[in-house]
Ligand binder design. Structure first.
Ligand SMILES: *[C@@H]1O[C@H](CO)[C@@H](O)[C@H](O)[C@H]1NC(C)=O
Ligand SMILES: *[C@@H]1O[C@H](CO)[C@@H](O)[C@H](O)[C@H]1NC(C)=O
Ligand SMILES: *[C@@H]1O[C@H](CO)[C@@H](O)[C@H](O)[C@H]1NC(C)=O
Ligand SMILES: *[C@@H]1O[C@H](CO)[C@@H](O)[C@H](O)[C@H]1NC(C)=O
Length: 235
């Protein structure tokens, strides 16, 4: 109990500090290239804020980058990845080895589209009680919602896919959990944070995804062709 209280007080402090820092940073670096910001925490914060990801769902930006790696591509603070290159469960990486257990979630913030996100968030991945120092090798039985690829409808524009890791204040018993693997629409992350007293996010990342413009030409039959030949045109 004492530990949980401490974590929450810390979150409130971190939250206030981050919001102050974020407004200052946004004013300062409005026209800067992301690459020019060297400090990692600042880069993550600015990228999340610029992508509109800091809101009721995520009140405070993560402190560090969460590596999200697929066989041929990886998330990089808002880059574009075709759904066909994110089919397999991603490998997660976090430097800094926190001694706490983490809750890791990946979700589509723009379901069915950014304009009308009435089914958001669409939960793509949720794992609980992941030891932060073994993030890249954890047992998939800790995932209450195994990986499901992004599934943007053709013509629905770019979707922001957000990956985020929260420190837990205690062990979460998944036996009484909501059936997240079955009902993946309208995932309420604030409710998850509140229900399990999760702390301020330690790490995060995001990418954008969309169906390539010439979907019918390349993507119907063979998905590797789709990735190789469609260039940068999305719709
Ligand atoms: C995570 O694993 C490390 C190394 O095995 C261990 O020392 C630590 O206590 C574990 N953390 C938790 C929260 O179980
Ligand atoms: C961390 O999670 C592991 C299961 O992965 C569990 O055995 C351990 O008790 C948890 N530790 C804490 C401090 O919640
Ligand atoms: C999500 O959960 C929070 C906290 O329980 C609640 O206040 C909010 O109304 C919920 N949002 C939606 C869209 O249901
Ligand atoms: C949070 O707890 C409420 C009340 O027990 C439950 O209805 C809801 O499904 C939970 N939500 C999440 C995301 O854990």
């Amino acid at each position: 109990m004492a530990k949980g209280t401490k974590l929450n007080l810390y979150s409130i402090f971190a939250c206030t500090a981050t919001i102050l820092a974020a407004s200052w940073v946004l004013a300062e670096v409005e026209n800067c290239e992301m690459d020019e910001i060297e400090d990692e925490a600042l880069r993550v914060e600015v990228a999340f804020a610029q992508a509109g990801l800091i809101d009721n769902c995520l009140p405070v930006a993560p402190e560090a980058i969460l590596g999200v790696k697929f066989p041929t591509v990886q998330a990089d603070l808002g880059n574009c990845l075709y759904p066909c290159s994110t089919i397999l469960t991603p490998l997660l990486e976090l430097e800094g080895d926190p001694e706490t257990n983490l809750t890791v979630a990946i979700m589509d913030r723009d379901m069915p589209s950014a304009a009308t996100p009435i089914l958001s968030n669409y939960l793509m991945y949720l794992c609980l009680n992941v030891n932060g120092s073994s993030l890249s090798t954890f047992d998939s039985s800790l995932c209450v919602a195994p990986w499901i690829n992004a599934n943007p409808t053709p013509g629905s524009g770019k979707h922001r896919i957000m990956a985020i890791a929260f420190p837990q204040s205690s062990f979460i018993d998944s036996s009484s959990l909501y059936p997240f693997s079955i009902d993946r629409y309208r995932f309420n992350m604030s409710a998850l944070i509140a229900n399990y007293s999760l702390g301020a996010p330690v790490a995060g990342n995001f990418w954008r995804t969309s169906i390539p413009k010439d979907y019918g030409k390349y993507c119907g039959i063979e998905t590797t062709e789709c990735c190789a030949k469609t260039g940068n045109q999305y719709y």
